[in-house]
Design a protein around this ligand. Structure first.
Ligand SMILES: [Zn+2]
Ligand SMILES: [Zn+2]
Length: 255
């Protein structure tokens, strides 16, 4: 009996593979890419918003912690708040929300690498912007983003979810607008940029996941990177940050 339990335990450990005891992904056991993103992650997240965002490096794993609260104006702070501003255009969302801080931790590989099979992004955080706010793809709870969702977007292309968890879906005033800015990293460790490349042109060779290999301001020796989609999303007039699959292996995003 005792031996059987040990065998089961052994097989369970085998099947868990690269997962640590605490459930986080251990990237040291996954084939790694050429580019080390550690220095850029440390510099970018630190400079963008030091209050509430911190970066911890543990060998091949980089963990970024944040409250998820934006460092910019939004109507979702509520009228009377110093960072309150009206909705853009004719958007009128239900304002019965409050901004809640979370204890987000996103763990990404120091050497992001292309995955053998590409995993689709899912509902919920697919990455983190440099100010610590989660980045979502083009899905909401009910499926693909629909008009009743984008009417709730503030000027930053963001809104709070059902748990009052503020997150970006689209290009917006405080993140990126038609530029080549580094806006954050996805859970596979690859960086996300605005719609343009550093030379001011729109990339024309993006793969089905919205990325390509090339030089950026932060990675002059070239790296795979995502771009905000250059096609307007349905009739929204907005550019979605991310749709499709991860290029690399997804790390954890906990709260
Ligand atoms: Zn949303
Ligand atoms: Zn590019």
């Amino acid at each position: 009996m005792k031996h059987t339990i040990h065998l089961i335990l052994f097989l369970t450990l085998l099947s868990v593979g690269a997962c640590k005891e605490d459930g986080t992904q251990d990237f040291s056991e996954i084939p790694s890419g050429d580019v080390d993103i550690t220095a850029v992650v440390q510099a970018s997240f630190g400079n963008a918003y030091t209050d509430g965002v911190s970066v911890q490096v543990d060998g091949e794993n980089i963990s970024i912690s944040s409250t998820g609260l934006p460092d910019h104006k939004t109507p979702y702070w509520g009228e009377g708040h110093e960072m309150y501003e009206d909705f853009p255009g004719t958007n009128h969302a239900n304002m019965n929300t409050t901004m809640i801080g979370f204890n987000y931790v996103m763990t990404i590989p120091a050497h992001p690498a292309e995955a053998a099979s590409k995993e689709q992004t899912e509902l919920g955080p697919v990455g983190m912007a440099l100010n610590g706010v989660p980045i979502y793809n083009d899905y909401e709870g009910g499926g693909l983003l629909a008009e009743n969702a984008w009417s709730t977007f503030d000027a930053a292309g963001a809104h709070p979810g059902p748990r009052e968890d503020y997150h970006y879906h689209c290009e917006g005033d405080y993140l990126t607008t038609d530029d080549a800015k580094l806006i954050g990293f996805l859970r596979d460790g690859f960086p996300v940029y605005g719609r343009k490349d550093t030379d001011g042109t729109y990339p024309e060779d993006l793969d089905t996941n919205g990325g390509h290999i090339g030089v950026t301001a932060d990675f002059p020796d070239s790296i795979y990177h995502y771009h905000v989609s250059n096609e307007m999303y349905s009739t929204s007039g907005l550019y979605v940050i991310k749709s499709g699959a991860y290029h690399g292996t997804k790390g954890t995003f906990t709260q």
